[in-house]
Design a binder for this molecule. Structure first.
Ligand SMILES: C[S@@+](CC[C@H](N)C(=O)[O-])C[C@H]1O[C@@H](n2cnc3c(N)ncnc32)[C@H](O)[C@@H]1O
Length: 155
């Protein structure tokens, strides 16, 4: 099974890098795990940045047309950990299963991107900064594998 995160920018704080790497290493024991970092445009007007960055995502996703695409979006349906786990569980027995999780640009997704109607998941009605969110997403992916495999993990 392959799981990828497509996101913008690099982690630049030691505590985020260390936390993310810890979960990435743990996830790698279950699946091939990869992070694809896009360079975010942020120097123009918000609406222009939003369109440029969303177009970058659209282009990148053309490489992954054989993947299940899950778009992390604070403005969408809230998923519990168990509901999130079921997305992965549905695929786990498929050796060729491929999932891409998208962490979006700072200015949000463009209408053109949203019209592509990818499955959307929110982890709650709070907007988290993208670097912190990357760590939280990795922790939830790791937690999902612990649940799927009936392994002990702190509650
Ligand atoms: C700083 S947020 C961007 C928020 C942006 N203003 C918007 O409304 O989409 C960057 C990314 O982090 C992710 N994110 C942050 N908080 C989230 C949450 N509670 N649930 C799901 N995704 C979240 C989303 O992928 C979002 O696109």
């Amino acid at each position: 099974m392959n799981i990828k995160i497509i996101c913008f920018g690099k982690l630049d704080k030691k505590f985020f890098i260390e936390s993310f790497n810890e979960y990435a290493n743990r996830i790698s024991k279950y699946v091939n795990f990869q992070v694809i970092q896009l360079k975010e445009e942020y120097q123009k007007e918000d609406i222009v940045n939003k369109n440029i960055n969303s177009d970058l995502l659209i282009e990148k996703l053309k490489w992954f047309s054989d993947h299940e695409i899950i778009c992390m979006d604070v403005n969408s349906k809230n998923y519990s950990t168990e509901e999130f786990t079921s997305i992965i569980e549905t695929n786990k027995n498929l050796k060729q299963a491929k999932i891409v999780f998208i962490i979006g640009p700072s200015d949000g997704y463009s209408d053109k991107f949203l019209e592509l109607n990818y499955k959307k998941v929110s982890f709650g009605n709070i907007t988290l900064p993208h670097q912190l969110f990357r760590v939280i997403l990795a922790e939830q992916i790791y937690r999902a594998f612990k649940i799927i495999n009936n392994e002990k993990y702190h509650k």
